[in-house]
Design a protein around this ligand. Sequence first.
Ligand code: NAD
Ligand code: MG
Length: 389
Amino acid sequence: MRSVTILGATGSVGTSTLDLVERAPDRFRVRALTAYSDVAKLAAAAHRTDAELAVVADEACLPALRDALAGTATRVAGGRAAVIEAAASGADWTMGAIVGCAGLEPVMAAVAGGGTVVLANKEPLVSAGELILAAAAASGATLLPADSEHNAIFQCFAPAQAKAVRRIVLTASGGPFRDWSTDAMRAVTPAQAVAHPNWSMGAKISVDSATMMNKGLELIEAARLFPVDLERIEIVIHPQSVIHSAVEYHDGSMLAQLGPSDMRVPIAHCLAWPDRMETPMAPLDLVALGRLDFAAPDVERFPALRLAREALAAGGARPAILNAANEMAVAAFLAGKIGFLEIAAIVADTLATFDPPFPGTVDAVVAVDAEARARASDLIRGRVEDPVA
Ligand code: NAD
Ligand code: MG
């Protein structure tokens, strides 16, 4: 029996994780579930799984959560500190599925606990990857990547053969605007941007996929997780999202992981690792698929790719600034305040305004993140008040 905590249990990844956990009640029992404010969904999940603890990050929602779980054995708590405490509650297995850098402190708390910590939540790795890896080395925690590409690389990357790895091929669907001109993308609406052709995901990552900032964040994520230089990580467009990524060795062998576009596949790999577990998905039908296509990415139409590569190459605080500015710009786009192409522009402009030294502690990362958010907000306000054509 493994005890499981799910941070961000009401989101897209959290729901997929719960689905797998609930299908194997003989293998898993739920320690804690957390959410931001979706009390109904959180309480229902806690009830079904007989969770020991349910936490809402938004403290104003605590009375409703208490009412919803009255008469059950589930304890309840509210507020950001309670989420961090739940993360530190010593579960054998913790899923980090909060969206954004808001997940950094909870992930660090889980890592300090020393169990298995599964990272879907990629933004903390982008902003503070070195710190998360160092904390895992210190506590003995096992970090496993649930992001489908990084899980694919993990499955193909033999640590003992790391020196023989020539290249990592990070595949990208290209998002819904893969073939659109820059001019056509100018008028993209939030509804168009969140409708991903292959994956059903939360709003923020869906917009990131559409700008291809998601692949930029994933490039940084890959460089954090695997001992391969930036120049040897290649992004390749693969519209069918069947090959989730590949590792090429210097003898010419390329190993790839294939699977349906369903997050339950990489999550199940992390849940059962180093074993395997059954999942309910239909197996891949290669004959029905017929073909797999590949193309080079276009950094002119998708400047987020260049911004992310530059931020990673420069290092220091650049990835944290890139991520924070992007979170603010995506939120502004979803709120209808700025246009689709302005997302990458806000990120570039924020990066140009300041260049602090490497943030060597979590507090320092949080401070850089806050400063970058404030600067991005100012730039967004400037564009709203004085829109440029
Ligand atoms: P989502 O928006 O569907 O869910 C986010 C979850 O985090 C919800 O439970 C929400 O209540 C909670 N949350 C949001 N803000 C919070 C805050 N400030 N404090 C505490 N909790 C908060 O997002 P998602 O699509 O499930 O993505 C989660 C993470 O996983 C993201 O980092 C994303 O990049 C990554 N990821 C997602 C997918 C996918 O298929 N959805 C794939 C790979 C990686
Ligand atoms: Mg991914």
